[in-house]
Ligand binder design. Structure first.
Ligand code: PLP
Length: 282
């Protein structure tokens, strides 16, 4: 099989495409040494990146929260253009934009773009849905908003805890996770936003809980309310998810994955997933 992966790196003010396996950072890069950086995962659809502006806006916010100099949106657009060159239009992909503090001292930050096909498992989960368990993050829901050192709302490269939550879920036979606060309030998935339908309204937790402001939920809510489907930022618990008409995990690459099992209890979606997908696809 051909290797479709591609990589581009920002060097001396230009986006440079490099072979996918070529080394592009030094061993001293703080992104590698400490996970000190930010990233975005951007969907590639029909050979383009229709949702890039929302991701670039969030990357700018993450860089500001991390106090990492940002190379500017033109640099990211050039990197995206470089990895997309020659990409087959009919292949769905994901571009990871990575920004790290670089090797430190006076060295510039590291900016990279990586492009690969969307994993088959992501496509499967989007189509057939996911079984999810709830796990506590152990942080009070109101804490991160007043604790800037915890970097609530930044999409940092420090995802080791998020990946460990996945492994824990997999060891228990589940696909994914809904993280809750110390008091049991709903937060988010390790790589997704939680949304649910109840009482004729679409709900998602408020960002004051320190969760990542999701670009997919923002798009869904904007389009749903434009169509007269009310939306709300709601503080809720896992019990509210059990009582909901439908629950989804949302993210840019997976879209909307319906939750068919929550903490071992099967649940339906009241036929609402197709409407959510249709709104997201427009
Ligand atoms: N929350 C977390 C922790 C994430 O990592 C992600 C996506 O990767 C999301 C939410 C969903 O964000 P988006 O819809 O912008 O992809």
């Amino acid at each position: 099989m051909t290797d479709l992966r591609s990589v581009a790196v920002w060097r001396n003010g230009a986006a440079v495409a490099v072979p996918a396996d070529e080394a592009v950072v030094t061993a001293w890069d703080q992104g590698l040494v400490r996970g000190d950086g930010a990233f975005e995962s951007v969907a590639v659809l029909d050979g383009g990146t229709p949702h890039l502006p929302a991701h670039l806006a969030r990357l700018t916010r993450s860089a500001a929260l991390l106090e990492i100099p940002h190379p500017g949106d033109d640099a990211w657009r050039a990197l995206v253009g470089a990895v997309l060159a020659g990409w087959p239009v009919d292949t769905e992909g994901v571009i990871r934009l990575l920004l790290t503090r670089g090797p430190g001292d006076d060295a510039p930050p590291t900016a990279l773009a990586l492009l690969a096909p969307v994993p088959a498992e992501t496509v499967r989960q989007r189509t057939t849905g996911v079984s999810v368990i709830s796990l506590s993050l152990g942080v009070p829901a109101d804490f991160r908003a007043r604790a800037p050192w915890l970097l609530g709302g930044a999409k940092t490269l420090s995802y080791a805890v998020n990946m460990a939550a996945y492994r824990h879920a997999h060891s228990l036979g589940a696909d994914d996770v809904v993280l809750t606060s110390l008091e049991g309030e709903l937060l988010e998935g390790p790589t997704s936003t939680v949304a649910w339908a109840a009482g004729g309204t679409l709900h998602t937790p408020p960002t004051e809980t320190g969760i990542l402001p999701g670009t997919t939920v923002a798009r869904l809510f904007e389009r749903a309310s434009a169509e007269g489907w009310p939306t709300a930022r709601t503080r809720a618990t896992v019990d509210d998810l059990h009582a909901a008409d439908a629950v989804w995990l949302l993210s840019g690459v997976r879209g909307a994955a319906p939750v068919h099992t929550l903490d071992g209890v099967r649940r339906g979606d009241a036929g609402l997933t197709s409407r959510v997908r249709e709104l997201l696809a427009r």
